[in-house]
Design a binder for this molecule. Sequence first.
Ligand SMILES: [Zn+2]
Ligand SMILES: [Zn+2]
Length: 125
Amino acid sequence: MVGAHKIGSLLFCPRCGTLLDLPKDGEIEVVCEQCAHVEPASSYENTEITTRSDPDAFPSALRQKRKTQTKTHEGGYQGTLVNEKCPSCGALEAYSTEKQLRSADEGSTIFYTCVACDYGWRLNN
Ligand SMILES: [Zn+2]
Ligand SMILES: [Zn+2]
């Protein structure tokens, strides 16, 4: 992929996904704060808004931006919070996710992750 992503009037760094600053008056290029990538300011003018048809572009670019900036683990979907005792530390809450690992008539496996110590275990149905 060559050139920056453009979303509306926003540009994201093609190397690290960081939101680039708008070029100031008279500036011919924009430098990425994160990785020092240099993007020509003309990218802002030449590109039309063509990303409307791709609803995923904006949120994923934002996610990427957050990741490069904060390094906090976002985790996404961790599962349903249930009252289940952790075999490792004895905490009484865990996240549970159910996965169909085998064929449908063989039941499924429930995975638990302790909210306190991150210990993971499973339960076969
Ligand atoms: Zn960058
Ligand atoms: Zn635990």
